[in-house]
Design a protein around this ligand. Structure first.
Ligand SMILES: [Zn+2]
Ligand SMILES: [Zn+2]
Length: 139
C-alpha cells in the first residue's frame, strides 16, 4: 500500500482506510479517467466485500477534499481523475477514450477571473483521436 497516499489523506484530515487507499491507488495507476462503476467493477474482483456505496462515499470524500477531480466531458457521466497538476482533456467520439492534453493555458495557474475566484477549471476538447484517425487511413 502506498505510503504517500496515506500521508496525503492524513494531511487532509481523512482517515487512511483500506478502501480509500485502494481507490486512490486505482485512480493513480489507471489514467483512463474511470467512472465510479468502472472502479467498483475492478476493485470488487480483489476485494469481494467492497460495496458500491463504499466506492461512492469514498469518491465523495476524496472529491470534497480536492484530492481527485470530476470530469464531465461525456455529458452523461462523471469520470474521475487523480492526475496533477491540473490539465485539459480530449474525448474521442469514436473510441470513447479520454486523454490528458498538455496545452498552455494561462488560467490553469490563475486564482481569479474577472474578479471571480476560480475553484475548478475544465478544458474539454472533443473530436477524433490520432489512433482512430490512423486506423481510418489504413483501411
Ligand atoms: Zn479514438
Ligand atoms: Zn486527466
Amino acid at each position: 500500500m502506498s505510503q504517500h497516499n496515506k500521508r496525503i489523506l492524513q494531511t487532509k484530515g481523512l482517515k487512511p482506510t483500506y478502501q480509500r487507499l485502494r481507490v486512490m491507488e486505482y485512480l493513480e495507476k489507471h489514467e483512463s479517467h474511470p467512472t465510479a462503476e468502472m472502479i467498483y467493477r475492478a476493485l470488487v474482483r480483489q476485494i469481494p466485500t467492497i460495496s458500491k456505496t463504499t466506492i461512492y462515499n469514498t469518491l465523495k470524500a476524496l472529491l470534497h477534499k480536492g484530492l481527485i477531480h470530476p470530469i464531465t466531458i461525456t455529458g452523461t457521466e462523471t469520470r474521475y481523475d487523480y492526475h496533477h497538476p491540473p490539465h485539459h482533456h480530449f474525448l474521442c467520439k469514436q473510441c470513447g477514450k479520454i486523454m490528458d492534453i498538455a496545452v498552455e493555458c494561462p488560467y490553469l495557474a490563475r486564482k481569479e477571473v474577472s474578479g471571480h475566484r476560480i475553484e475548478e477549471l475544465h478544458g474539454y476538447f472533443k473530436g477524433v483521436c490520432k489512433e482512430c484517425l490512423n486506423r481510418k487511413e489504413k483501411r
